[in-house]
Design a binder for this molecule. Structure first.
Ligand SMILES: [Zn+2]
Length: 306
């Protein structure tokens, strides 16, 4: 059957769309790993610090090199440590049909690191999602515009300023971006939000995060099965995790959090100085990147039907 998108017709496209396999193959695992090494080498990237600024400059340079136009979304917010300067960075890959009614998908990850004593570099928590998202942006930009538009959003201030996570002291960047989308009426064009967080664990095991839209997660689990990567990304029901995706969900955008919240024995590497490069792997970044890219065509097909 033909799913009619408003403003588009059912005429067959003259272009041959890239098959799921080809798209997945375009994910450059080595380059994603290099990005992660680079981010980690910068040291802590806490919101409102020079480290976060270094990360932004790096991400903007990578997005520009991919032919995209990064936008910096700076804002100041009151925090338990006083007013802090935050900035999200995003880049858009416009849809083929530039009509205002064209559907969009939001891919996001947080790049900031938790304020912890010592040199906490957040290789997995903050680094891995950023590295995969940068490479996804390159791969999709190189493949060219699609029926859906894509926003690659790098979020600041996911981590709480205080040690304890107590609302609203967390998810500063997603709250800011979601409020802007809502107030400008743009939230409606985003048919889905896909959040990547803690996707670099050497021992990768992504299950269906409990709050995530099950139908959205199923698309990624299915893509993983087709790539024979379902031992790493499965449809098994996992824990409920409070993360940036809930902010976009509250703004009316269906969302999924691709996250492996079991990092080290008993999650003991999470928010500790053990969250370092040696506990992550290029292979894990590659698995997640390939699965996400392979899922893109079916994601678009399902979301076109609403
Ligand atoms: Zn964290």
């Amino acid at each position: 059957m033909c799913a009619l998108l408003s403003g588009s017709s059912c005429a067959p496209s003259t272009e041959t769309p890239k098959s799921a396999g080809t798209l997945a193959d375009s994910f450059n695992t080595e380059r994603a790993w290099k990005d992660l090494e680079h981010l980690v080498a910068m040291g802590p990237r806490q919101a409102g610090t020079a480290g976060a600024e270094k990360a932004r400059v790096f991400m903007e340079a990578q997005l520009t090199a991919a032919g995209l136009k990064p936008v910096r979304e700076a804002f100041q917010q009151q925090t338990p440590a006083g007013p802090l300067d935050f900035a999200n960075v995003y880049a858009d890959l416009a849809p083929r049909d530039k009509a205002a009614t064209a559907p969009w998908i939001l891919f996001c990850a947080h790049y900031d690191t938790k304020r912890l004593p010592g040199t906490f570099v957040g290789a997995n928590d903050g680094g891995s999602g950023t590295a995969v998202l940068l490479e996804l942006a390159r791969a999709l930009a190189a493949a060219g515009p699609r029926e859906f538009g894509y926003r690659f959003l790098f979020l600041d201030g996911e981590e709480s300023v205080n040690l304890e996570w107590v609302d609203p002291d967390n998810r500063y960047g997603s709250r800011h971006h979601a409020a802007k989308l809502k107030n400008s009426g743009q939230a409606a064009k985003f048919r889905a939000c896909v959040l990547l967080d803690m996707v670099g664990d050497k021992n990768l095991n992504i299950e269906q995060e409990g709050f995530s839209d099950p139908r959205l997660h199923a698309v990624f689990a299915e893509a993983a099965r087709e790539l024979k990567l379902d031992q790493y990304v499965s449809a098994k029901r996992g824990a409920e995790i409070i993360d940036d995706h809930l902010i976009f969900m509250a703004a009316g955008i269906r969302s999924v959090d691709l996250i492996d919240f079991d990092y080290g024995p008993g999650n003991s590497y999470w928010h500790t100085l053990n969250d370092k490069l040696e506990h992550c792997s290029a292979q894990s970044l590659g698995i997640v990147g390939r699965v996400v890219l392979a899922a893109v065509p079916s994601l678009e097909a399902r979301l076109a039907l609403r």
